[in-house]
Design a protein around this ligand. Sequence first.
Ligand SMILES: Cc1cc2nc3c(=O)[nH]c(=O)nc-3n(C[C@H](O)[C@H](O)[C@H](O)COP(=O)(O)OP(=O)(O)OC[C@H]3O[C@@H](n4cnc5c(N)ncnc54)[C@H](O)[C@@H]3O)c2cc1C
Length: 508
Amino acid sequence: MCAKPSFIADEPQYFHKSILIVGGGPAGLATALMLAKRGWSNITILEQRATADYYEPDKSFNYLIDGRGQKFTDYLGITPNLAEIGVSTQEFYLTRMAPNGSRKSSKLPIVDPKRKTAYWITRKAFVRMLYEEIERNWQNCIKVLFDAKCVEINKISINNEEDKLDVVAQVGNDHVVRFEPSLLAGCDGLRSVVRNTLAEWDTSGLNKFQMQLFPSASAGLRYKVLSLPPKPPLAHSGEEYAVSEMAYIILGALRNRQRYLRLGLLPVKNPEEPRTANVITPPDHEIWELKDGEAIYSFFEKSFPQLPIRKILSPEEADRFAKSEGGYFPKPQYCPRLQFLLRHKPKSKDSSALGVMLLGDTIHCFPPDIGQGVNAALEDVCVLDEALSQSNDDISQALPLYESLRVADVKALIRLAQIAFPWQYGQAPFRTKLWSINFFLRLVLSRLLPFLFNPPAFFLIQNDQLSYQEILAKVKRTTQILYVLGLLLMCGLLVAGDRLLFASSHNI
Ligand SMILES: Cc1cc2nc3c(=O)[nH]c(=O)nc-3n(C[C@H](O)[C@H](O)[C@H](O)COP(=O)(O)OP(=O)(O)OC[C@H]3O[C@@H](n4cnc5c(N)ncnc54)[C@H](O)[C@@H]3O)c2cc1C
């Protein structure tokens, strides 16, 4: 099915132009689906991985698709599919397991129950869901090429007046395919070849296609992911197993900062699906020195005396985990330009410009503290849809409009990623405590005096009716009020202290 508008006589010619999307992750697949739904045909996606749900142990993390991300699934009418294969936050329980085996289950307090239900889903299942939607309804207009890596993008000048795009892809081991798209979408993640090419083409000298990097307390932490069997046993008695739809935090027994470890298990819908546990540590943690499976067993048995480690971890997985290099949380960063128009000679109303647009991690990337990576990527796609609607799908207008509608929000998102929840990994217990005090102070004050104070950023982010800019403005306003109140309190204390001193020195 390729939905086309009914006014065929007026149908813009652009719909038949070829579109090439580099990257078949969430942003790339969603962009293709949005364009197909608008009526564009002739869409090709290049994905360097072998399949849509290709399993990479260190990328097997879970997404929380919230109301923001669901703007896209609603648009496509696939939110019911998400609800079917995801775990709802309405019924979300978290169990904390202490080293002595004691446990406490609770509904997650920082999930706002008044907001639209969000769904936990593995990356693999979400990407597969989008791909299946293409296969089911849009295969006439979207072609996905797997094992196809974009290796080069050229801008070829014609008569020194206009440019055309020439994209080179390596398909399989030794097959080279060239494309001449009218529209190119860079959805190829942080190390985007599309964005890097635009940075080379940009002659402004302003480095507008270079990522702007910002510090964060969680940037630089290292992570790797442990693959566990479905329903792993959680007690030595062998009588208790992890429930697939429940989340667990398993606290470690070793106290030293370079040895302390905790495991986080996020929920999965399918009880037969393997579980994963994220291991997130400072870069100088001892775990990075362990080079084989036996060393992992020995360290984990000391860390987690409450768990039957050898029943949970197969020797092969322990060895793979030891040898994995894992990854580093990136610094929060964004790209100031989101699009590039090539030189073109407008001949008629329909000879639209050629252009390149960027979406997803290609333009904003940050540590997973606020769970917004995939939601922001899906929102980019909705904003692009809005820009295309407002400009009747004319690329020369739509791409600059997309940038102007989106870039301020992208900047605000990066600032929120810096401040909202960076201390959650226990990397500095004192700072975590200070952060918690700030968080609960704002939460309590916003409940008591909602006209004066806003809830903390992490809470506001769950409100998909607010843009990232609006959220940041509310957070800043509360910070300013807190500063003023703090200042007034200090002045009051100084005056009171002064009076007390004066009174005691004059024996009043
Ligand atoms: C450890 C970790 C935990 C995370 N946790 C969360 C979370 O809890 N919640 C959340 O929302 N987000 C999370 N994220 C972020 C999230 O994964 C990204 O924001 C999201 O995947 C962005 O989607 P994307 O399609 O833009 O990019 P990607 O998912 O990176 O997809 C890019 C795709 O492009 C392909 N590609 C790259 N280069 C080429 C090329 N030259 N040719 C062809 N194909 C190419 C890649 O193979 C990949 O499939 C996490 C990230 C990490 C690293």
